[in-house]
Design a protein around this ligand. Sequence first.
Ligand SMILES: C[S@@+](CC[C@H](N)C(=O)[O-])C[C@H]1O[C@@H](n2cnc3c(N)ncnc32)[C@H](O)[C@@H]1O
Length: 275
Amino acid sequence: MTSDEHARLMRVNQANWDARTPVHLASRFYGLDEDLDPERWFAAFEWEDLGELTGRDVLHLQCHLGTETVAFARRGARAVGLDFSEASVAAAREIAAEAGVDVEYVPANVYDAVDALGGRQFDVVYTGKGALCYLPDLARWADVIGQLLRPGGLLYVVEFHPLLNSLGPKPAPGEGPELLLRHDYLGGGGPVRRDATRTYTDGPAVEGATESFEWMHGIGEVLGALTEAGLSVRRLRESDELPWPRWPQMRHTPSGWWRLPEPRIPLLYGLLATR
Ligand SMILES: C[S@@+](CC[C@H](N)C(=O)[O-])C[C@H]1O[C@@H](n2cnc3c(N)ncnc32)[C@H](O)[C@@H]1O
């Protein structure tokens, strides 16, 4: 697939995320109608790996409504959020103002981030929880990350484990809640097209731009792209917990997150790399 074709599919995704934004704002999922509590989107190990953020320049790529970006600002970082959905960025600005925190939001495609941020560099680049699957080319992404980080700067990716993405419910209805391996774990198979009026939150149906494209990326592909771009991978964690119940059979854990009944499998990973 050519880079022009990638650009076309990303424009389709951009329209889809603009259309999803009012649905997410009207949903209970992000907790916008109650206490925002942005920290609930983070596992304890993320804060351990990220370390002290006070006074640090933190860039949150694909920040969507900025619910996590607000957490960085509350921890004392100079936080910048970037997302290509203008509707998301507009909503994120309002949410940060409401929360009384100072966050700069920049509307741009990740692949254009270096120019959109005027060549600025950061101590920390954070991304994930449903971000990499919208990027067609991880080698280009890793190259952009390398340019956004100061020497010694830290990249933190917290992503849904490709094993989670390859699970699907047993197709026959009424036959129990078993999950089966139904989708590719490894990338390289081209984009997966979706056309859905339902997004991952509650709330009304998505109207208009319902089509979107995703790309699967195995963990080896992510690590390979980063090391090829000159970053050093320092740590890779795998976790069996998710911040919300992706499947009905998931159970609450003492941390407040959710896990599947046994056997224990990884559902999320945290990857720390430095420039
Ligand atoms: C699932 S959300 C981000 C996850 C965030 N952790 C959250 O839960 O709110 C995915 C975001 O990626 C953004 N996005 C997708 N592809 C992008 C791209 N190429 N450049 C910039 N933003 C992109 C979408 O607009 C959307 O806001």
